[in-house]
Design a protein around this ligand. Structure first.
Ligand code: PMP
Length: 419
């Protein structure tokens, strides 16, 4: 399959090789690499992208969920154009940031106050630093295999590049063990950080009881609960915390909220975030040249207010539910020891038997299976993430889902003996 991919995409291969002169491995985002080289895309429209070799593909990656609006949404495009025409690097407070902050506070119950930054990574760094500053404590409990950004990545034991916070790791959805860990660390515990559904960790939803236990135990320990909704806030109009009725102390978001441009936001209880009020003596300082950048703010706000209506969010997530059911049925039909996890518009295919409620069982998967499926889907004109993740965009409809399911069925039939 890899050889056929290289034959079908000679210009992508050439670009990959040429790029390596300045970019190590031709790459500047680890997640985009796959063996032997990732395809280069030159553009997109709706839920389709075009490769450098002129091949059109259905986009089921949607920029790892940040591309919720699809490619070249007219509302986003118009907002960007207006912003560019009006001047973008103003060096002062601007109109759109205040509007956007008010809209976020209005929609998401976990935001009483917000502050903007430039990425989900930054939002989480700020939330963790804030938790340590307000509690005067050091330890952070995160979930094993969790992902909270480039320097906050805990897959397979973590990375040498991670921030040197003292982390302790809990098992996702294990109520008893996580409660015990929180109690054991209570004296020095600044915060517990987790996603209400592990995204990068495999699209594994949290049980509501697990989230409720963390809410209760962090409060009892005098520590903060940080919910990372950078990926999951799209799963309900009021965010997944809103759907569950769980109020964290600090909440982070990003991705699609920038309308496709770089974006991050952290916020939470007014009492905590008000400590950033620069007119107060001893306020926390939070700098960042592009924190209120007009491009992300304009694109994000226009999409949020005009495109991302309650029915639009519900429809996208319903399409996702139906697609996930279709994938599960296909895996079943071919008798594979595989499953599909997720919720709404975010899902992940795994080559281990389900159901999966915590990431540990995923270690048993043979990586060659996903690699084969990924390559065969690319050859059939469907772009999914190499790790088996699918994120839908608003333009993706049931017709696209039917095309995908037909292609998946053919691939599974042809390759069942290797899977
Ligand atoms: N948190 C979660 C849950 C994420 O999925 C991501 C990005 N994949 C991040 C944080 C980091 O966001 P960014 O890539 O914008 O830094």
């Amino acid at each position: 399959a890899r050889a056929r991919l290289a034959a079908a995409h000679p210009q992508s291969l050439a670009r990959h090789r040429a790029a390596a002169a300045a970019l190590p491995g031709g790459n500047t985002r680890a997640v985009l690499y796959y063996d032997p080289f990732p395809l280069t895309f030159t553009g997109g429209a709706g839920c389709r992208v075009t490769t450098l070799d002129g091949v059109e593909m259905v986009d089921l990656v949607s920029e790892y969920s940040a591309g919720l609006y699809g490619h070249s949404d007219p509302v986003i495009a118009a907002a960007l154009k207006t912003a560019v025409d009006g001047g973008i690097a103003l060096g002062a407070p601007n109109i759109v940031e205040a509007r956007y902050a008010a809209a976020l506070v209005d929609r998401f119950p976990g935001f009483e106050r917000v502050r903007f930054c430039n990425s989900g990574t930054e939002a989480n760094i700020m939330a963790l630093s804030t938790a340590r500053a307000v509690t005067g404590r050091g330890t952070i409990i995160a979930m094993a295999e969790g992902y909270h950004g480039g320097v906050l990545t805990f897959a397979h034991g973590g990375s040498e590049l991670n921030l040197p916070f003292p982390f302790a790791f809990a098992t996702y959805n294990d109520i008893a063990a996580t409660r015990a860990l929180i109690r054991e660390r209570a004296d020095d515990l600044a915060a517990v950080i987790l996603e209400p559904m592990m995204g990068g960790g495999g699209c594994i939803p949290a049980d509501r009881e697990f989230l409720a236990m963390i809410r209760e135990e962090t409060r009892a320990a005098g520590a903060l609960m940080i919910l990372d909704e950078v990926m999951t806030s799209r799963l309900d109009y009021r965010g997944l915390h809103g759907a569950h009725g769980i109020a964290p102390d600090l909440l982070t978001m990003g991705k699609y909220l920038g309308g496709g441009a770089s974006f991050g936001v952290f916020g939470g209880r007014a009492e905590i975030i008000d400590r950033f009020d620069p007119s107060r003596p001893g306020a926390f300082s939070h700098g960042g040249t592009f924190n209120n950048n007009v491009l992300s703010m304009s694109a994000g706000y226009a999409g949020f207010m005009n495109v991302l209506t309650e029915p639009a969010v519900a429809a996208m997530n319903d399409t996702g539910e139906r697609l996930r059911e279709g994938i599960a049925a296909a895996l079943d039909r071919h008798g594979l020891a595989a499953c599909v996890t997720g919720r709404g518009s975010l899902m992940n295919i795994h080559f281990v038997p389900g159901p999966i409620t915590t990431p540990a069982p995923l270690d048993a998967a043979d990586p060659r299976h996903l690699s084969l499926l990924h390559a065969e889907l690319l050859l059939a004109g469907f772009h999914i993430a190499p790790r088996g993740m699918i994120a839908l965009s608003l333009p993706f409809g049931d017709g696209d889902a039917a095309e995908f399911l037909a292609a998946l069925d053919t691939i599974l039939a042809d390759h069942a003996r290797h899977l």
